[in-house]
Write a protein that binds this ligand. Sequence first.
Ligand code: D61
Ligand code: MG
Length: 416
Amino acid sequence: MASAILASLFHPSEVLALVQYKLAPKTKYDYSNDKSRERLYHHLNMTSRSFAAVIQDLDEELKDAICIFYLVLRGLDTIEDDMTLDLDIKLPYLKTFNEIIYKKGWTFTKNGPNEKDRQLLVEFDVVIDAFLKLKPAYQTIIADITKRMGDGMAHYATAGICVNTIADYDEYCHYVAGLVGLGLSDMFSACGFESPMVAKRKDLSNSMGLFLQKTNITRDYLEDLRDKRFFWPKEIWGQYAESMEDLVKPENKEKALQCLSHMVHNAMKHMKDVLEYLNMIKNPSCFKFCAIPQVMAIATLKMLHNNYMIFTHENIKIRKGETVWLMKECTSIDAVAAIFRIYAREINNKSNPLDPHFIDIGIACGEIEQVAESLYPGSTAEVARLKAGVLAGTSGTVLTAAAVVAGAVVLKNKYA
Ligand code: D61
Ligand code: MG
């Protein structure tokens, strides 16, 4: 906590958000009266930093279904990601995972010892028991998406098939993330929280996933390179280097940054669809669930833009204070559109005029600004409010808030 405050010292609204977050009562989510449910949510909290909180804040009707949807696909992804599994073992599991989720008692212990979510599959019977108790309508949606994702993963895991063209890149991201968007939209419409239109707009649902996945793929360059996994499409990196490995070489720094802005620009193309999708979502708990991951992605994209660190450091992340501030602020379409506008401007400010994508990124930022301003006029006042919060009484706010937290931390350590 203290280091999070320090990192946000020059961002007073983040300091305040951190303090409010820390002092808020934290007795929510008690599953102790239901042991199997407790186990289920234990696995959610173990396997997801980014989605555990937003899933647990969903209304009761959808919460378990979406938690199980997440865990089923995380299980599938844990087979896909494991580079120690031979293909002749991996492929049949990927292709039949939609049947496995109906097999009471099924578990999987063949993952390598270092696979990060291996334990989820070791205890996968917990997820299957919960899946079998879901309403059939939700089971059908989950099984259908699992089938399509597993087939797509099997296709890209097959020896020799990799992400060559930009069309392949969109297709791979559709399989692993766009399909999640389609399944979630089906659930929102099936339970009656949202209009049938949400499930009908598969293009927009797909973009919700693509924006998140492309941001992650762009960020995870080094980590994936270390594991010999290449998700940046050759059609992009091939314009800047002979191989993916060559991008990290110090003598290729300028080309690497150009390649990075190409990737950033490619991801930004989904932002208009994301705003349009979020505008359809009326249930407040669904709205926050959908909006929070998207604003985190924009903040991440801003951090990545023109940042050579992505070629030198694994695990670069946005500040905790920024995360907490974004989570607190994204409550309405106007606020989210305002956050998009603010970050689009900041991305544009980080551009290098000598970069070949300078103009393209400038246009993409301008478009976001324009779409937000005309479709969500309330976002203009929100931009002003958020910016006022960000700048408010710089030193005074920082010092007061820091003092409050320091006091709270001292008291907590003394009496805890
Ligand atoms: C609204 C709200 C959340 C949304 C959404 C719309 C649309 C799409 C998504 C979430 C999916 C976003 C995926 C982005 C993160 N990427 C990964 O986790 C990669 O794995 C992809 C395959 C498994 C997908 C699991 C998933 C993720 C989020 C969910 C969900 C299922 C179900 C419900 C709600 C959210 C990535 O995994 C990294 C890792 O192993 O940690 C990878 O392997 O590429
Ligand atoms: Mg994966």
